[in-house]
Design a protein around this ligand. Structure first.
Ligand SMILES: [Zn+2]
Length: 383
């Protein structure tokens, strides 16, 4: 057998449970596609709250199913349920970047194999012969490892997306726009108690090792070789990961090291990846419903009246404002039907205006109480 010191395969493994990424100073290649460092972090910043919440829920269901199965004697049905939970995670993420860069079909096939009926029957037999089989059975341990991989994938995504948004907010506030100031910010940010606590608290299971900033990765030299492109040979590091968070963090730090960072567009509020020394304020992509990218729109939006108009529109699109408007309309309707007096109407309007103003100032109130206070029965109970 020939023994190689260098990996020459065009691409390596790209399954969710174990994968590798080819890395150079400024880029990574995953499953045959090349991106700048930081692209993954940018894609994470675009996932959105609802998406992440749903992914966390799927991870939670998986965790619960596993806890239930682990508590009692081995029953095949419980593990079929776990298999379905894992597949539902894969199906949920498979078309969304950064997950879409992985070999999703292969990940699916591996799960179907590890949790195949045949393997589950084998485990059932083992469990009947040996009550301690969970500690001795390699198949059982592999199966449990798979559950961990997918539980972690869900929480790692949520945690990292939160971290990235916080970090970027800090960078924008402190105007950190070069490798040196980003390194300084990273030092302070990632050694803070709050960040450590955030990571500690959100572990999916207490029994397994926590999230760490120290990637557990294996690095091997690689010179991916494609016979069709003999001129494209380049020396890379092939990095193997067993956990998403390690990959996310490593790539994000590689990005900062070469001065790549996320920035918030002043026009649309979305994040974008900066890979040059230009101090761009606006992103290059059109906001939803627009034809032109933000930097063009921003250029065109110069007159004061237009500015005011845009601000008014932004306020009108705010969910707090939408709720206020809905209540205000309902109160007016009651008055025009004669079911409340002019005085009651004025009082109710003053009350909802107060609630709205407070919600704008106080995010905790807005999140927890504003909606209840704005219910019709509540509005009229006040008087
Ligand atoms: Zn923009």
């Amino acid at each position: 057998m020939d023994k190689r010191l260098i990996e020459t395969k065009k691409t390596g493994i790209c399954n969710f449970d174990y994968f590798c990424v080819d890395s150079t100073a400024k880029e990574i290649t995953i499953n045959g596609t090349t991106f700048p460092h930081g692209q993954i972090a940018w894609e994470m910043s675009m996932l959105g709250k609802e998406y992440i919440t749903e992914l966390l829920m799927l991870g939670g269901y998986l965790h619960q199913s596993f806890l239930r199965a682990d508590m009692c004697s081995f029953q095949i049905g419980n593990y079929i349920e776990i298999r379905e939970r894992i597949l539902s995670v894969i199906d949920f993420i498979k078309n969304t970047p950064p997950f879409a860069h992985f070999d999703t079909q292969c990940s699916r096939d591996v799960v179907l194999d590890v949790f195949s009926d045949e393997h589950l029957k084998m485990l059932e037999q083992e469990s009947q012969e040996n009550p301690n089989f969970k500690h001795s059975s390699r198949w059982y341990q592999m199966l449990a490892a798979f559950v961990n991989v997918y539980m972690y994938l869900c929480t790692d995504t949520a945690n990292f997306a939160t971290l990235i948004l916080n970090f970027t907010q800090n960078a924008v506030e402190q105007n950190c726009r070069n490798a040196k100031s980003l390194a300084n910010l990273a030092l302070i940010f990632f050694s803070s108690r709050e960040v450590a606590d955030l990571l500690d608290k959100s572990n999916p299971a207490e029994c397994v090792e926590g999230v760490t900033m120290r990637p557990r990765a294996t690095i091997v030299p690689a010179i991916p070789f494609d016979a069709n492109m003999p001129d494209a040979v380049e020396i890379k590091k092939r990095i193997y990961y067993g956990r998403m968070m390690d990959f996310f963090v490593a790539d994000f730090f590689d990005a900062l090291a070469c001065g790549y960072y996320l920035w918030q567009c002043k026009y649309c509020g979305r994040y974008f990846l900066m890979t040059s020394a230009h101090r761009q304020l606006y992103c290059q992509t059109p906001p939803p419903g627009e034809k032109h990218p933000c930097y063009k729109l921003a250029k065109n939006r110069r007159t004061a009246t237009e500015e005011t108009k845009a601000n008014k529109q932004a306020a009108a699109d705010n969910p707090l404002h939408i709720l206020w408007k809905k209540c205000d309309d309902a109160i007016r309707k009651r008055k025009s039907r004669g079911s409340i007096t002019a005085d009651e109407c004025a009082k109710a309007q003053a009350y909802i205006k107060d609630c709205y103003e407070r919600a704008k100032r106080d995010t905790a109130y807005a999140a927890q109480k504003y909606e209840t206070d704005m219910k019709m029965e509540h509005i009229f109970k006040q008087h």
